[in-house]
Design a binder for this molecule. Structure first.
Ligand code: SF4
Length: 352
């Protein structure tokens, strides 16, 4: 009997690039590309660390960002990070004001922020809102206990501090999660990151030359030197919080309430798997070396913008990164379906 031929699995094909259709013989129409003419961004508005970071990494990403293109839907990971930042900020403000002294005092503030953020998140994506909140509910009481010393009135110098400082012809702009006193070693930046995978060696190595931390330290330096107090910032305390995996619907977590209980129990048992802090100190030489590089970056970025933001090549090596660029769809197929031209250039600096 003749053997049955195996049919190969169906190949996946890329969606066709969008082009304008035209009758045969008609003049070729322009492709449905975004309107890259016009420059809503002016360097007089200054630059945040993420703007300069994008520019170093990929001219195309930088250009699309500066033209105001943004992803339409927020992701669950982004919402999880924003929720933690909002709760930490408001609990910290409570501690500064002397209203929060114990882990139990943090709960009412956390509940208030969850209520507010639930409305905001549901408006953009109702599907993941409850899961994002469940994760915070599972971890927050343990976090508040583990870092009970954070709730002291004289620890925080600044929380979610906006800065905007002239530096060699460009305004450096940003929002720092926090600055705290670290006796006896001077001031430390406090930066919170939420991550699904925590590789301690990788984080420590990367912190040694971290662009964001050194950019913020440069801005603090510039602010303090205006007051004759430069050089007080010594490093960064990196606060990493795990983003637990979704295991809803499993035997242990058939419902959201059961999921909260399971994750809480696991976190209580091994809090070090959910929360870690890393401290990096920077010598003056390392800070000055960064500032020399930043000076060149600022100069080249400003010139590139003045030249009309040419993109001579893209960073196609981005496909090997964990970070998922919001413009992958555009680079791959030319599609703008998941993007909007909101024109909001400093989203991370907007007050809530
Ligand atoms: S997908 Fe890659 S090449 Fe395209 S804009 Fe983003 S970083 Fe650049």
């Amino acid at each position: 009997m003749a053997k049955k031929k195996k049919t190969p699995p169906k190949r996946k094909t890329l969606p066709k690039r969008k082009t304008a259709t035209a009758p045969v013989g008609a003049k070729p129409q322009s492709k449905a590309r975004p309107d890259l003419a016009g420059q809503p961004y002016s360097t007089e508005e200054g630059a945040s660390q993420s703007m300069l970071y994008d520019w170093i990494d990929c001219r195309m990403r930088s250009k699309l960002n500066l033209l105001g293109y943004r992803r339409t839907a927020s992701t669950a990971a982004l919402d999880y990070g924003s929720l933690w930042h909002a709760v930490l900020e408001h609990v910290g403000i409570g501690a500064q004001a002397g209203q929060v002294r114990t882990p139990a005092d943090t709960i009412a503030i956390k509940d208030k922020i969850v209520l507010r953020e639930r409305k905001r998140m549901s408006a953009t994506n109702a599907d993941h809102t409850e899961m994002v909140i469940a994760k915070l509910e599972a971890l927050w009481p343990v976090y508040a206990e583990v870092y009970a010393k954070d709730w002291s009135t004289d620890l925080w110098v600044e929380l979610e501090g906006l800065f905007d400082i002239p530096w060699h012809g460009l305004r450096l702009r940003g929002k720092r999660d926090g600055i705290r006193k670290q006796k006896p070693r001077g001031l430390r930046l406090f930066e919170t990151k939420t991550k699904s995978q925590v590789d301690q060696n990788e984080i420590m190595e990367a912190l040694g030359f971290d662009f964001q931390s050194l950019f913020y330290i440069t801005a603090v330096d510039a602010e303090l030197s205006a007051r004759g107090m430069a050089g007080q910032m010594k490093g960064v305390l990196y606060n990493v919080i795990k983003n637990p995996s979704h295991k809803l619907g499993t035997k242990d977590s058939p419902t959201l309430a059961a999921y909260v209980k399971t994750v809480r129990k696991a976190c209580e048992k091994q809090p070090e798997k959910y929360f870690c802090r890393f401290e990096a100190s920077y010598t003056r030489t390392a800070i000055e070396e960064f500032q020399t590089e930043l000076y060149n970056i600022v100069k080249d970025f400003t010139q590139w913008h003045a030249d009309g933001m040419p993109v001579r090549y893209r960073n196609r090596a981005c496909r090997d990164r964990k970070f998922r660029c919001p413009f992958r769809g555009y680079c791959s197929t030319g599609s703008l379906d998941d993007l909007e031209r909101s024109g909001r250039l400093f989203v991370e600096l907007e007050e809530d």
